[in-house]
Design a protein around this ligand. Structure first.
Ligand code: UDP
Length: 378
């Protein structure tokens, strides 16, 4: 069978690999001049620093199969994300932990004392928080919420946190101990030679051909038995129902001799600071030594037609529009929509890979049983 995959990020690479290993011929078209999508990394020629070109990506998962899968294609170095936040002229530790609480309130509380102290401030009358703001007020109380979440989130999403779903904040833990690891997953690390080398490893199979700088055109589909589309869902239908909302990022790049900020990620919680965070890329590869440094000052704004989409917004308007696109997709035969852009969901890398493995297996089963392949596997 001949399969066409649109986009050369993790979704296409993993599905393509699984299908190629099952004996199918896989062609991938990618409009950019590189693979790996927004996970793309490249070495800065001047400093030698591995740069996360579209912003920081840190691999973390609880899914043992996914963890073993990525390690087939790259060695991983231990990496734990320790994020700081500058707020009101002080530097604090994130996610909110006992150090953050004690520093912020000028106290020396032990875990159970801190839990009771925060609970006394929390908006406990909110039983079932629906919005980002309610979730913040319920779990950390107004002062910490205001300092660490309100300004950052307003900048990041371009709207009031009361318009955002609670699920966005549920990504972050609150800890009553001194553990400042940003993630709670068992497996965490960084691919030694960057994400692009990892994706290259996945694509390195005689059954897979990749064409860069090749935008997808509907007519291409005629030559294939099935299409997996990981581009924007609304783009596939020429935006007939309108444009799904995304946030895009602008990176103001600068270099520095030495160590600019002493950590990989420094968030800026104050709304008066126009950027959300500064990332210093050499700290994502702590096993390497570089004198020079490459930093990105990160700004978030509404995504225009010519910008790169990053975060799906999924507010009420988008949900109604999304439902119309899903209906269209479901009545389109021969195409399966995958990944962050194809399904309009904010996906971490490990979830993208898990879903891609499941899609590939589901596809092979449907073909074996002679059933039509669905537009979405979720
Ligand atoms: N967030 C915040 N302050 C911070 C870090 C995060 O308010 O210092 C909010 C913000 O709305 C963000 C969400 O928490 O979108 C989830 O954070 P995460 O670090 O997972 O952001 P992402 O990796 O999606 O950029």
């Amino acid at each position: 069978m001949n399969v066409l995959m649109v986009g050369a990020g993790f979704s296409s690479a993993v599905i393509g690999r699984e299908l190629a290993e099952a004996g199918h011929a896989v062609t991938i078209v990618e409009q950019r001049d590189h693979i790996a999508g927004n996970c793309h990394t490249e070495r800065d020629p001047d400093t030698g620093v591995m740069v996360h070109v579209y912003g920081p990506h840190i691999f973390h998962t609880d899914d043992r199969e996914v963890w073993e899968y990525v390690q087939r294609f790259s060695t991983f170095k231990p990496y734990e994300n320790r994020v700081k936040s500058t707020v009101g002229g002080s530097v604090y530790s994130l996610p909110i932990n006992l150090h953050t609480i004690n520093q912020f309130f000028g106290k020396t509380l032990r875990p159970e004392e801190a839990r009771a102290f925060i609970e006394a401030q929390a908006a406990t009358h909110i039983d079932d928080p629906q919005t980002f703001e309610e979730q913040g007020l319920r779990f950390v109380g107004p002062e910490l919420y205001q300092a660490f979440f309100h300004g950052y989130t307003t900048k990041q999403w371009g709207c009031h946190p009361s318009a955002l779903p609670a699920s966005i904040l549920k990504r972050l833990p609150v800890r009553f101990n001194y553990n400042d690891n940003y993630f709670f997953h068992r497996f965490q690390g960084m691919p030694e030679h960057g994400y692009t080398a990892l994706v290259e490893g996945i694509l390195d199979h005689p059954g897979i051909r990749v064409h860069l700088e090749t935008p997808f055109e509907a007519a291409m589909a005629r030559d294939y038995d099935h299409v997996f589309y990981s581009g924007p869902l609304d783009g596939y239908f020429d935006y007939s129902e309108g444009r799904l909302g995304y946030r895009t990022l602008d990176f103001e790049r600068f270099t520095h001799h030495g160590d600019y900020q002493g950590c990989a990620v420094m968030n800026y919680g104050d709304e008066s600071v126009p950027y959300t965070r500064i990332t210093e890329h050499k700290h994502f590869s702590p096993w390497e030594q570089h004198d020079g440094s490459v930093c990105y000052k990160e700004y978030s704004r509404a995504c225009g037609p010519d910008d790169i989409p990053y975060y799906p917004i999924r507010l009420v308007d988008e949900k109604a529009m999304l439902a119309r696109y899903v209906e269209k997709a479901e009545s389109t035969a021969g195409v399966t929509f995958v990944g962050r852009l194809g399904t309009y969901r904010y996906l971490d890398m490990d979830v993208t890979i898990r879903e891609a493995l499941d899609v590939a297996r589901g596809f092979l089963e449907h073909r074996r049983d002679g059933e039509p392949v669905p537009a979405f596997f979720k």
